[in-house]
Ligand binder design. Sequence first.
Ligand SMILES: [Zn+2]
Length: 135
Amino acid sequence: MDRLHGNSQRVCVLCNGHDENHDHLFFGCSFSSSIWLDISSRAQIVWQAGNWSQAWQDIAVRCSNKHNPRHRLVGLALASSIYHIWKERNKRIFDQHFSNSQKIRDDIVNSVCGKLGGLGVGNMVPSSFLQRWTV
Ligand SMILES: [Zn+2]
């Protein structure tokens, strides 16, 4: 099992209910899961059962066309989600600063919307798809 802290064992600071490892932190955790559920729905991502590295490989293969706006959006959504979940985890550990999952979700959505505009692909993604990306 992969540990994030060498031999030391840490309880997940997001839910305080499980040992922390990558699988748990990004997928098994109840805190992260509530975020994934919302973001996956907005990005229309269907996850295959399995461990997180397997799930990522699956998505990477299915959304590897950088010229496809929808694939770009899925990539942004995943990267932004990982970034914000990890950032929240670190803020809790190092700053004792806690945000709720709604705040993290809003940050992810705002980040994805901002980056879509910056990439100039926003107008290439169908509007029905973009409508899901409002806070
Ligand atoms: Zn947890």
